[in-house]
Design a protein around this ligand. Structure first.
Ligand code: BGC
Length: 357
């Protein structure tokens, strides 16, 4: 009996060896399927927007790089070192201004340039791989402010592509719909467009945090005009804070008449720390009333202002925001408002210490 069983056993063994070697060979030569979640998967459950906003905490804007017409046009080309410096300084994330509108076709389907997408992928990866959150926005879409109806479809198509492209990225990637809506993009139009953009994003990114702010250049005083889809809870509401403007924008080349403001110190009798605090309270109260977390997505004072005043203003704005559960992103890393000097490769310690005590 034993003897007669041997041939089938040997046969089975041979088949096993053959199949195994074929499979092994198969694995070594077949292209590997790309990992759809190289940085971790997005949440499969709704997120608590307030908790996500606390995670945002203290961010910095990588301004003047990817929202210039071409990266480098405004003197900033992002490097790996910048991400590392920001991480080591203790920031929790980066707001990345992006001029998508200059890198997409002007006719339907408004395809975004592949090389540009790859550059954004690189920046997003540099942040996420270091445990930094990264908020990508749509910045300097000037045409939609001037001719909203002509650009509505393009705006929505751009978000459709961005959302699809990043749908597998983890929750540390956030989307901000549009920087500083203003001009002919009225509150009524903006309330309509933002709801449409949110619906498009939600079809591929059910739970990703979406950041959205009011008209009037994201001014806190326009929050009352902001209408959000009530059932949509995955939103963080942003505003920008540059008050008093005559102080923060003194000598700013892009602001008419600002050279006359040179020498404005802060605080001064007309513009006190109490004024600043009460304006942030208005933003925080709007958030409480509407049960929306609040993010101060830009604030800063230009380099032509007195540095002691800049330190005091920056420190006051950051601490008063934190006291009101407002997360923030300083404007900006290494240009005219910068906290880091890329030429000397040195931090501006007066400003860094104001932000990160
Ligand atoms: C603009 C920048 C400007 C900054 C301060 C930002 O929203 O995009 O160009 O420097 O505000 O004015």
């Amino acid at each position: 009996m034993r003897h007669s069983m041997l041939p089938p056993l040997i046969g089975i063994s041979l088949i096993v060896v053959l199949v195994c070697s074929l499979r092994c060979k198969d694995q070594s030569t077949a292209p590997k399927a790309p990992n759809p979640y190289p940085f971790g998967a997005p949440s499969s459950l709704p997120l608590d927007a307030h908790a996500e906003n606390r995670r945002l905490a203290r961010c910095v804007n990588f301004g003047n790089a990817l929202e210039a017409p071409e990266e480098g046009d405004w003197g900033v080309i992002l490097t790996v070192e910048y991400f590392q410096l920001v991480k080591e300084a203790g920031f929790s994330g980066i707001r990345l201004p992006i001029r998508w509108s200059a890198h997409a076709k002007s006719a339907s389907p408004y395809t975004i340039d592949r090389t540009f997408f790859e550059r954004i992928d690189w920046a997003v990866a540099e942040a996420l791989s270091r445990g930094l959150n990264i908020l990508i926005n749509m910045h300097h879409y000037e045409e939609i402010m001037e001719r909203p109806a002509d650009h509505q479809a393009r705006f929505l198509a751009l978000w459709g592509q961005i959302a699809e492209h990043y749908k597998n990225y983890p929750d540390g990637l956030l989307f901000e719909l549009l920087n500083e809506p203003m001009g002919k993009l009225s509150a009524a139009l903006w309330n309509q467009y933002l709801a449409e953009a949110i619906a498009i994003i939600r079809s591929s990114n059910p739970f990703r945090m979406i950041v959205v702010g009011p008209v009037n250049w994201n001014n806190y005083n326009a929050l009352t005009a902001l209408q959000l889809p009530e059932a949509e809870r995955g939103l963080i509401v942003t505003f920008h804070y540059y008050n008093p403007f005559q102080f923060t924008h003194q000598g700013a080349e892009w602001v008419d008449g600002s050279s006359a403001w040179m020498g404005t110190l802060w605080p001064n009798p007309a513009m006190t720390a109490q004024t600043l605090a009460s304006e942030l309270t208005q933003a925080a109260e709007w958030g409480q009333k509407n049960d929306r977390p609040i993010f101060m997505g830009e604030f800063g004072a230009y380099s032509k202002a007195d540095i002691t005043s800049r330190h005091l203003w920056t420190e006051t704005a950051a601490r008063q925001a934190e006291n009101r559960n407002i997360s923030w992103a300083y404007w900006e890393f290494c240009s005219g408002f910068g906290i880091y000097n890329p030429s000397t490769r040195a931090w501006n310690h007066a400003l860094l210490s104001a932000l990160m005590p």
